[in-house]
Design a protein around this ligand. Structure first.
Ligand code: AOF
Ligand code: ZN
Length: 334
């Protein structure tokens, strides 16, 4: 049978939960009897049932009606069923217990706690397993989850607001407003797409940002990370939410790698030129988003990048650009 169209449906279903499943990957599952769909399920909420469990539970009400027992059914799941007993049970064991005999998997799970082990549990229990149906799409959909496990650190995006002439702000002025309201709204979505937002003490003191995602849909708010070796008081807006980590060390590599153990797959850096340039020099930037206004700050403005604003030396290539009000949003990747 051609399972691709069902896998595509499972992938699409899963996508609806990207803001509530995070930092977990989104996963979709479908139970089929021959060519007809008996039930479907997704990993809807971090800490709650995995997709396969929801699909199995949703099918149970049709037992004895549309099908007699689970051995008649084929399970399509976009990610390898988990082997571990995490916040919920092990999906691979639940599948075996249910009596399902045929499982079609999109991608192997890159998480070393699971990778290959879920498949082994199924095969050891005489379940037939097919792997690699639309696996590239599954990886694309869970880009930062795969990146984190492959690179042993979260995916890092730097977001900056720049004047037309590549400047950040005027020195000694607390905040220089550069981009439009619409761009600022767009930033809220970018924030919502990340597991953590990181800033430095200078930005905290000069802008007093809240740095949460102010959007009109439910989501798991990003964790907040502050890097500073100066003292600060807790009245800043940044501390209005509970989920804040503070690091006093300047060793960026160590800080970022420490989040591999935490459940953080992506970090958005929103900071001033000094910290942004430190991330670039440490080779810790995977994506750069520039909101570029048509205002020029002139020679009094502070350059975003060192060495005469030469971002090119870091090998970024423009991947996409679009207009937002009077600004241009540019996305660069390596
Ligand atoms: C599945 N089905 O729907 C998902 C899986 O903390 P836990 O217990 O929720 O486990 C999270 C890990 O489980 C996650 O890092 C990934 O390896 C896997 N996700 N596995 O069988 C699912 N979301
Ligand atoms: Zn699972």
């Amino acid at each position: 049978m051609n399972y691709k169209k069902f896998m595509l449906q499972a992938i699409n279903d899963a996508d609806k939960y990207k803001y509530t499943a995070k930092p977990n990957p989104v996963v979709g599952a479908i139970l089929l009897k021959e060519e007809s769909i008996i039930s479907s399920g997704c990993h809807e909420q971090y800490g709650c049932n995995h997709a396969e469990i929801n699909a199995i539970e949703n099918a149970k009400k049709n037992i004895g009606k549309i099908f007699k027992d689970f051995s008649e059914l084929t399970l399509i799941c976009s990610l390898e069923p988990c082997s571990h007993v995490g916040k919920t049970g092990s999906c691979a064991h639940k599948i075996v217990e249910s009596g399902i005999k045929n499982v079609i998997i999109g991608s192997i799970d890159p998480n070393p706690k699971v990778s290959g082990k879920g498949i082994k549990i199924l095969k050891d229990n005489d379940v037939s397993v097919t792997i690699g149906i639309l696996d590239e799409l599954v990886e694309q959909q869970n880009k930062s989850f795969f990146f984190k496990h492959r690179n042993k650190r979260p995916y890092i995006t730097v977001k900056i607001a720049s004047s037309k002439d590549g400047k950040s702000h005027y020195p000694n002025i607390s905040q220089t407003d550069i981009t439009s309201k619409e761009s600022k709204k767009d930033v809220q979505i970018v924030r919502a797409n990340h597991d953590a937002i990181l800033t430095g003490g200078n930005t905290l003191r000069s802008d007093n940002p809240r740095m949460n995602a102010r959007v009109h849909f439910s989501l798991n708010q990003p964790k907040k990370i502050l890097l500073t070796n100066k003292s600060f008081d807790l009245t800043y807006n940044f501390f209005k939410d509970n989920n804040v980590d503070i690091h006093k060390t300047k060793n960026l590599d160590k800080i970022i790698k420490s989040y591999y153990r935490d459940e953080i797959t992506s970090i958005l850096v929103e900071a001033g030129p000094k910290l942004v340039n430190s991330f670039l020099k440490a080779n810790l930037v995977d994506e750069l988003i520039v909101y570029r206004s048509n205002i020029e700050l002139g020679s009094d403005g502070v350059d975003w990048f060192e060495d005469n604003n030469a971002i090119e030396k870091y090998d970024f290539k423009l991947e996409s650009s679009c207009r937002i009000d009077n600004d241009i949003k540019e996305t660069y990747k390596k």
